[in-house]
Write a protein that binds this ligand. Structure first.
Ligand SMILES: O=C(O)CCC(=O)C(=O)O
Ligand SMILES: [Fe+2]
Length: 387
């Protein structure tokens, strides 16, 4: 089966789509032995270590956003993908939980925008957490109940809100970017030699165990000299990273909870996709780095300057735990404008193509993709409705 993955990749034109389908397949389950795993001590031949800037922030500054000192991070590059960096879970024990809670409780709140806003009244999407928490907290009452709003959440946008219809950002669709994520992103970018990075837009994607994300390139940002940062929490997933041409065969890699990916330079505009979430084996539903023990202490004056990592109520974690046991959350953070750059005046480009409410979530075979920001010529407009 591993051979199959390799030979599919050699076909040229449809290599990406075929590998997407290969890894997405339910039955028979695909052989995952060719998937690069950066967390393994024995590294794949294409994996190299990469230089970070340990002076980018003090240990104290790193701790404020839940990160280990930069000198302790394990960062890797991938042969053939210059500008691509993979940081294997640099979070302090107990601090990932904060980011999971932000994605489930805080970031979906107004004025941020989510997929549910596309077909529900603002009053109904006002308190997604509040409307879901009680049900999620009680495992026994879950049988045959309708899905909670949290379980229907597919995407949330932050800062400059990505407009799925026009595939643009604009000055008038903008809300304040969350301070904690701004700080975290600035730290990670600085450690990766991008000290001037400004987090201006975020897309959060919420994956259930059967979700996938179609093949796309993120090119709507006006400044491509800045990196795209990607943070993953919860269940592991397979990420496919291709080339700048649609037909370039991709490399498959695992993203585990806490892992960070940086796409910059020659890898900033590469095709990528998430064909599969890989749930942990039953009975072992959480990645060890997400275990509840040792929740971060939060703001403690004895530890120096206030941390953005908030302490968490047991009740809150019970909801997050329940959700993340079977789900994956990914945050991508982008700088949209370069220094001195402004959005172009509105013109005919803003003509809309309605119906991309699912973001770039899934399509039958990775093709299309409502969410795709650069279309390939044979893309269809069908979007799988996952609600
Ligand atoms: O979920 C992921 O790992 C990828 C997300 C992504 O590609 C995006 O938001 O543009
Ligand atoms: Fe993307």
């Amino acid at each position: 089966m591993a051979k199959m993955a390799a030979s599919i990749g050699e076909h040229g034109e449809d290599a990406f789509r075929k590998l997407f389908k290969f890894y997405k397949r339910r039955s028979p389950a695909p052989d995952l032995s060719n998937v690069v795993d950066f967390s393994k001590s024995v590294k794949h031949e294409k994996v190299s270590t990469t230089e970070l800037n340990p002076a980018a922030m003090s240990d104290e500054e790193a701790r404020r956003t839940g990160l280990r000192p930069v000198r302790d991070w394990r960062a890797f590059g991938l042969q053939g993908y210059p500008g691509f960096m993979f940081i294997s879970n640099p979070f302090l024990p107990g601090s990932q939980q904060h980011w999971v809670k932000q994605c489930l409780k805080t970031y979906p709140q107004k004025p941020n925008v989510c997929n549910l806003d596309m077909h529900m009244a603002p009053t109904d999407t006002q308190d997604i957490w509040g409307k879901s928490a009680d049900v999620l907290r009680k495992p026994s009452s879950r049988i045959r109940e309708p899905k909670t709003l949290l379980e229907k959440l597919r995407w949330v946008t932050l800062g400059y809100h990505y407009n799925w219809d026009t595939k643009t950002y604009s000055a008038d669709e903008c809300s304040p970017f969350p301070d904690d994520l701004h700080l975290l992103s600035g730290h990670v970018a600085a450690a990766c030699q991008f000290p001037g990075f400004k987090a201006e837009a975020g897309i959060l994607n919420y994956y259930r165990s059967d979700s996938s994300l179609g093949i796309h390139v993120d090119e709507s940002e006006l400044d491509h000299t800045q990196p795209l940062l990607s943070f993953s929490f919860g269940q592991s997933a397979i990420f496919l990273l291709g080339g700048t041409q649609r037909e370039d065969p991709p490399t498959a890699m695992y993203m585990h909870s806490g892992d960070i990916m940086v796409m910059s330079g020659h890898s900033r505009l590469r095709y990528h996709a998430v064909p599969r979430v890989v749930p942990a084996p039953e009975g072992d539903p959480l990645h060890p780095s997400l275990e509840a023990e040792g929740l971060a202490p939060g703001q403690d004056p004895a530890q120096g300057e206030a941390s953005v990592i908030q302490s968490m109520e047991k009740e809150e974690w019970a909801v997050c735990f329940r959700y993340i046991q079977t789900s994956r959350v990914n945050m991508t953070v982008r700088q949209v404008l370069g220094p001195g750059q402004a959005f172009p005046l509105k013109d005919k480009r803003t003509e809309t193509v309605k119906g991309y409410t699912e973001g770039y979530h899934d399509s039958q075979d990775g093709e299309n993709v409502g969410l795709k920001r650069r279309r390939s010529s044979n893309s269809s407009d069908l979007v799988n409705v996952l609600l």
